[in-house]
Write a protein that binds this ligand. Structure first.
Ligand SMILES: Nc1ncnc2c1ncn2[C@@H]1O[C@H](COP(=O)(O)OP(=O)(O)O)[C@@H](O)[C@H]1O
Ligand SMILES: [Mg+2]
Length: 328
């Protein structure tokens, strides 16, 4: 046994700030986001469209287009290495090998002119020292792992249904046994039965390979089934984060309550996030103070004039609200 105790932490995001500059205006997409994911753990990232979820995942993978994207602040530490300062050459060894991403639309990741077997084999060859024949064999194994008969490796993406394409993408993402999987609404494009199959498959694989997952989703059923922790993101800020059971049973931020509050418990069958009245603020012109205050029925002057820090409720449960748990 080694003297130094191994830490459980796999990735730490600290004070991440990302902006997009287009036509002279600045979109404040991510505004000081911090979270940790431990080994084997799944963190759910939930929030409305435009909240900054995909931008966070792309920042971790180092695939934000610059321009228009700029990481203005923060660090992303992966196994002790700051990914943001890693040269692109080094990052290429991490991307697809140690960290991989499943995009919402499977065709983002699949090339229509190559067979799926070749594409998975290619992803493997890029990172693993093996022969072409070995990589092809591994590609067939990966297809079978996600429930697709191996002989279909000779087929092209258009010969697969939407659900099958997403399985291929998952096979590709998992082909090099990544330590961290960024799953960006991985089942949104799929119908409900296929969704359930893909999720079950992901849960089994996660168990087998001890992969950590950042699970971006709108689906509370997925959060309840898959996530150990949940971060609720609003206008590029985490407004509440904690263990899944605390978020479901003790939602504290008015925004989280709106999303989760109508659910009786973690076991609820209700699937979708509840819409909340009002609009997400314009990311080029965010409100001062609490960014949720224009939609919040509890907000007062004090909420609107100052930035609201995260308040620690204990047990890793943090909330960004003056009214609930914070200073009055
Ligand atoms: N390439 C881009 N150029 C300009 N703005 C972008 C780009 N990508 C995302 N954004 C903006 O950044 C904000 C966050 O987007 P995104 O991370 O995609 O949110 P989510 O995944 O939560 O729906 C949005 O306002 C979006 O319009
Ligand atoms: Mg997105």
């Amino acid at each position: 046994m080694s003297e130094t105790k191994q830490t459980d932490n796999l990735v730490s995001v600290r004070d991440l700030v990302v902006e997009f500059t287009t036509d002279g205006s600045v979109v404040h997409a991510v505004n000081g986001v911090s979270f940790d994911i431990n080994k084997g753990e799944t963190l759910g990232l939930v929030g409305e469209t435009g909240a900054g979820k995909t931008t966070i995942a792309k920042a971790i993978l180092g695939i934000l287009p610059d321009p228009p994207a700029k990481v203005r602040n923060g660090s992303i530490t992966f196994e002790g290495q700051d990914l943001l300062s890693l040269p692109e050459k080094e990052m290429r060894k991490v991307r697809g090998k140690r960290i991989s991403m499943i995009f919402q639309d499977p065709m983002t990741a699949l090339n229509p002119i190559f067979t799926v077997g070749d594409q998975i084999a290619e992803a493997i060859l890029l990172h693993e020292k093996m022969s072409k024949a070995e990589s092809e064999k591994r590609a067939v194994d990966m297809l079978e792992l996600v429930g697709i008969p191996g002989e279909r490796c000779k087929e092209y993406p258009h010969q697969f249904s939407g659900g099958m394409k997403q399985r291929v993408v998952i096979a590709m993402a998992l082909a090099c046994n990544p330590e961290l999987l960024l799953a960006d609404e991985p089942t949104t494009a799929l119908d409900v039965t296929i969704q359930a199959q893909v999720l079950e498959m992901m849960a089994n694989l996660k168990e087998k390979l001890n992969t950590s997952v950042l699970m971006i989703t709108h689906d509370l059923g997925i959060v309840a089934e898959m996530c150990d922790k949940v971060a609720v993101i609003y206008a590029g800020e985490i407004v509440e984060i904690g263990l899944a059971e605390d978020i479901f049973d003790r939602a504290t931020h008015p925004y989280t309550k709106g999303l989760f509050g109508s659910l009786p418990s973690l076991k609820s069958h209700e699937k979708r996030l509840h819409p909340i009245t009002g609009m997400v603020p314009d990311p080029t012109n965010l409100p001062e103070g609490c960014k949720f205050s224009p939609r919040c029925k509890y907000a007062d002057e004090g909420c609107r004039c100052q930035a609201i820090p995260l308040h620690d409720l204990g047990n890793g449960h943090l909330v960004r609200c003056r009214k609930e748990g914070g200073e009055k």
